[in-house]
Write a protein that binds this ligand. Structure first.
Ligand code: ADP
Ligand code: GLC
Length: 489
């Protein structure tokens, strides 16, 4: 198939979160299965500009209809592989910014214009480059408008889209792209699209909703999350739209995979020592290096808990901070956290790290790949107390590195981690709790620590189970192929 993959971020060109990891790995897995994949994304000079890419071409004077006139952009063409090409939309007015979506804790004022422009440019590019996609695969709210465009009079009749159907993947329904309705003319669509079966949402524009209502297939990034978003507790107001699509058989849940080549402890050049299921001794070297680098005493007799995360409400790290208050005061555990985001959380963790420097190391900011790999390898446990988690990638990276996840039972965390319950040492891969309270988290972390200290055989078996779990994209790429076929039926 010809697959046109539209995303705002993709590894290694630009990243704020898991969407980038998925957009870096899944198109690659699809290309390896023989499909022709074109990725369309913005050119963010701040991130991609550092990579020294060799372009195979550049389309100058690429016109994009915008606000009644035309804006002139360019497209940089990067051939990643024979059948995998990345098309970067270069338009510095909108995309040459210090960060992708926000600055100083505030979303950019022109995010509506930026991503209307992006979606419109994607449609124009497919046409101008004559890509003839069989599938337009839009990711999250940034690209969701493409699904609306494909069904609209603006693009439905164009030859390049004659055989094209659309798929919308929801990576996180907490971000929908909601803007004042006055922005509608900017899209080039008429007011007939501003109604509850398309873009209208409580008298505002909602890009993600437009995509949900018009895509030929919609999927969420794990089966559990696909079920959760049908309820008001998890849908951020879109349960009715999703239920209507589910009722038509148009909603699926497909578990994300991970890039098992770059995340492979037996071949990881970013680590001071590699290790495998058969010989795990290198993990202790990683642990010592991690402790040294981040100023924790180098010791093996206390459990080491790690976190790498955006510090956002979604991730439940306020509850983690409250749990740490207690654990730091009473337990002989070590903790390390890499993260940035909400200022009150950054300040809270900084305060705890300053008070307990021998127990808790806090790296405020975005860690390098080397640091992230070292943390995944060096810890005993990786904690994800998420309020909601569409899929979550770090628990899978952790398991692959023999670092047992301690997670809340939600979304993709529930789908990937098997809770240890004293009888399932031969299959369990982590520790799961249900209620998002500091007490539940404290107890679960103590329980995990006690298994490590008092049942070393079980702990070792769980590590092996975790390391042997298969989270490769190969496992799920065929589910996407089925999704694409169903989009055509
Ligand atoms: P989300 O996309 O909701 O943030 P995921 O678990 O899917 O959650 O993916 C998060 C990705 O971003 C992971 O690759 C994680 O390592 C990375 N990440 C998040 N915060 C940081 C940070 N402060 N430093 C380095 N990497 C981070
Ligand atoms: C989102 C979700 C995360 C998921 C990622 C990739 O950012 O928050 O759970 O793993 O997208 O699909």
């Amino acid at each position: 198939m010809n697959i046109f993959w539209v995303t705002s971020e993709a590894v290694p060109f630009a990243k704020t979160g898991g969407l980038a990891d998925v957009s870096g790995a899944l198109p690659d897995a699809l290309a390896a299965r023989g499909h022709n994949v074109s990725i369309f994304m913005p050119w963010y000079p701040q991130q991609a500009g550092r990579l020294d890419l060799k372009f195979s071409g550049k389309l100058e004077l690429f016109g994009v209809p915008s606000g009644g006139g035309t804006e002139w952009a360019a497209i940089r063409i990067f051939k990643a592989k024979k059948n995998l090409t990345v098309y970067f939309l270069e338009f510095n007015k909108y995309f040459d910014r210090p960060r992708l979506y926000d600055w100083g804790g505030r979303e950019y004022d022109d995010n509506a214009e930026r991503f209307i422009f992006f979606a419109r440019a994607a449609m124009e590019a497919a046409d101008r480059l004559n890509l003839k996609p069989d599938i337009l695969h839009a990711n999250d709210w940034h690209a969701a408008l493409c699904c609306v465009y494909l069904k609209s009079g603006l693009y439905a009749g164009r030859e390049t889209f004659r055989n094209c159907r659309s798929v919308l993947t929801i990576h996180n329904i907490g971000y929908q792209g909601i803007f004042p309705k006055e922005k509608l003319p900017c899209t080039g669509l008429g007011w007939e699209y501003f109604n509850y079966t398309c873009l209208e949402y409580y008298d505002s524009l909602n890009f993600l909703k437009g995509g949900i209502m018009t895509a030929d297939m919609v999927n969420a990034v794990s089966p559990s999350y696909a079920g959760e978003i049908l309820s008001s507790e998890y849908s951020f107001g879109l349960e009715a739209s999703l239920r209507s699509r589910a009722g038509q058989g148009r909603l699926r849940g497909i578990l994300n995979g991970i890039d098992t080549t770059s995340w492979n402890p037996s071949k990881d050049h970013l680590l001071p020592a590699t290790y495998s299921v058969k010989n795990i001794s290198g993990k202790d070297i990683c642990r010592a290096e991690l402790q040294k680098e981040f100023g924790l005493p180098v010791r093996n007799d206390a459990p080491l808990f790690g976190v790498i995360s955006r510090l956002a409400w979604q991730k439940g790290l306020d509850v983690y901070a409250a749990a740490l208050e207690e654990l730091l005061a009473t337990d002989d555990f070590q903790f390390i956290l890499f993260g940035s985001g909400e200022k009150y959380l950054e300040d809270w963790f900084q305060y705890l790290a300053d008070r307990h420097p021998r127990k808790f190391a806090f790296y405020r900011g975005y860690a390098s790949d080397r640091q992230s790999h070292l943390l995944e390898a060096g810890c005993d446990f990786f904690v994800m107390p998420s309020r909601y988690e569409p899929c979550g990638l770090n628990q899978m990276y952790s398991m692959r590195y023999g670092t047992l996840p301690v997670v809340r039972h939600t979304g993709g965390l529930a789908d990937t981690v098997e809770n240890y319950n004293c009888r399932n040492g031969e299959t369990a891969t982590g520790f799961v709790f249900w209620d998002l309270y500091p007490r539940a988290l404290v107890n679960t972390m103590r329980w995990a620590a006690s298994v490590r200290a008092e049942s070393p055989d079980v702990f070792r078996a769980m590590r092996r189970n975790a390391m042997k779990s298969d989270f490769s994209w190969d496992r799920t790429a065929s589910d996407y192929e089925r999704l694409y076929r169903d989009a055509h039926s």
